[in-house]
Design a protein around this ligand. Structure first.
Ligand code: SME
Length: 160
């Protein structure tokens, strides 16, 4: 049985992320299956922070294809350079979007989503997937989310 997440000593968001990272690493240790690991990582992020939508889009040819996620139904395919996810893929940069309505080309999979962060996962110079997190609140995400999620991307997701 998987151990439950232990974040009870964390008093703020940064501490929560710091406590979470080693637990996420432990969660995927010893399991080689990508989909199984992404599924548990999406569940762990949802459980830790209660995000509205958290999940992965995997690069397949010229398209991002929906992978494991937690939350409402989502768009299944996103083209290179389209939407927040496609721009993150194209630029290889995190996209921190405080108000999705002001982001040109934002793809609204769910009208309740108000702000978003998308972090690319780069291996050998190529984006292999993106981590996408959506919130029902405007400006939900800040530099703390960006710093930790980029650390997660480099130290864990890129090595899966
Ligand atoms: N809003 C994203 C699409 C994916 S959903 O938010 C789950 C985008 O513009 O790329």
């Amino acid at each position: 049985m998987e151990k439950p997440l232990d974040l009870k000593n964390a008093t703020n968001k940064q501490e929560k992320y710091e406590a979470l990272l080693p637990q996420l690493k432990a969660l995927v240790e010893g399991e080689a299956d990508l989909i199984a690991n992404l599924a548990n990582l999406a569940a762990a992020l949802k459980e830790a922070f209660g995000f509205f939508w958290v999940g992965f889009y995997l690069v397949k040819g010229d398209t991002l294809v929906l992978g494991p996620f937690q939350g409402p139904l989502a768009c299944t395919r996103i083209k290179f350079g389209e939407g927040v996810c496609g721009i993150s893929w194209k630029t290889q940069q995190t996209q921190l979007v405080p108000d999705v309505e002001t982001f040109p080309g934002h793809i609204a999979c769910n009208s309740a989503s108000k702000s978003e962060i998308v972090v690319p996962v780069v291996r050998d110079g190529e984006v292999i997937m993106v981590l996408d997190i959506d919130s029902e609140r405007l400006a939900q995400f800040d530099e703390i989310d960006q710093i930790f999620l980029e650390k997660l991307s480099v130290e864990l997701l890129a090595k899966l």
